[in-house]
Design a protein around this ligand. Structure first.
Ligand code: APR
Length: 254
């Protein structure tokens, strides 16, 4: 991690009024949350994400798809926010107008103290009826076996149709209110901090590009290269749980 880039990012954040923090799977990697692709182990190693994360897959084999998401939910329950999540919450506490926008379906930003992150791809903790969209309880803490298992989804209390995970599947639209909030904030921020995302999946990947077009400074935290490298004002190469605390410490030393 380059010291000069950390100092430069800290200076941008310390004088910013409006900051958008845009996060992806890399944000939660150091919490041990299996990424979308890592999560295809055990029972599910034969499947590719596209074959499990679609409305068609759920219609064809609800027990398989519900079991996969319940297993992912139990893995998230066991995980803890890392130092990167805590640093994001600290940025929110220091900046006059912050907004956290995440592609992650875990709740680690919330548990780190971020009050109201925008979930562009939904949440593992907001299941709903697949027919009438009535919200369903997230269920008891399942004590999942390590490899997971097939599990029949519960039934909607209102219409008896199967309950589905509250996540955005391939081919589905993002929640419009969340996308509007994120796009508006990105078009009107001083700094957009993008953390742990490959920035390949649209329309979410448009958010940092919107900020760059509108003249914001784009600061990227990622151990590897991404298509955002040429768009970013600063590229901080390293893991979120190391880089973000260093930036926060430099921006607001106590
Ligand atoms: N700190 C920061 N970044 C990291 C770390 C880390 N410790 N470890 C990995 N990364 C980076 C990787 O280099 C990669 O660029 O995180 C990124 C993860 O990329 P993806 O797995 O593509 O995740 P994401 O960008 O969130 O994917 C977007 O696609 O899989 C679907 O719907 C799913 O929301 C997800 C969307």
């Amino acid at each position: 991690m380059e010291h000069g880039a950390v100092e430069a990012a800290a200076a941008l954040l310390a004088r910013a009024r409006r900051v958008v923090v845009f996060t992806g799977a890399g944000m939660s990697a150091e919490s041990g949350v299996p990424t979308f692709r890592d999560a295809l182990t055990g029972l599910w190693h034969r499947y590719d994400p596209q074959s499990l994360a679609t409305p068609q897959a759920f219609a064809a084999d609800p027990d398989l798809v519900w079991g996969w998401y319940e297993w992912r939910r139990s893995a998230v329950r066991r995980a803890r926010p890392n130092a990167g999540h805590l640093a994001v919450a600290a940025i929110e506490a220091h900046v006059p107008q912050p907004l956290v926008v995440t592609q992650n379906v875990d709740d680690l930003h919330e548990r780190a103290g971020s009050p109201d992150p925008v979930h562009l791809h939904g949440s593992l903790f907001a299941p709903r009826c697949c027919a009438c969209a009535h919200p369903a309880p997230a269920g008891a803490d399942a004590d999942e076996p390590a490899g997971g298992r097939r599990l029949p989804p519960p039934r909607c209390v209102r219409c008896c149709a199967p309950v589905r995970p509250g996540v955005v599947w391939f081919g589905e639209a993002l929640p419009q209110a969340a996308l509007d909030t994120a796009a508006t904030a990105a078009a009107d921020c001083d700094v957009l901090l993008t953390v742990g995302t490959s920035a390949l999946v649209y329309p979410a990947a448009e958010i940092p590009r919107t900020a760059a077009r509108a003249g914001a400074a784009v600061v990227q935290v990622n151990p590897g290269p991404t298509p955002l490298d040429p768009v970013a004002t600063l590229n901080l190469r390293g893991p979120a749980a190391e880089v973000l605390p260093a930036v926060v410490g430099a921006a607001w030393p106590d």
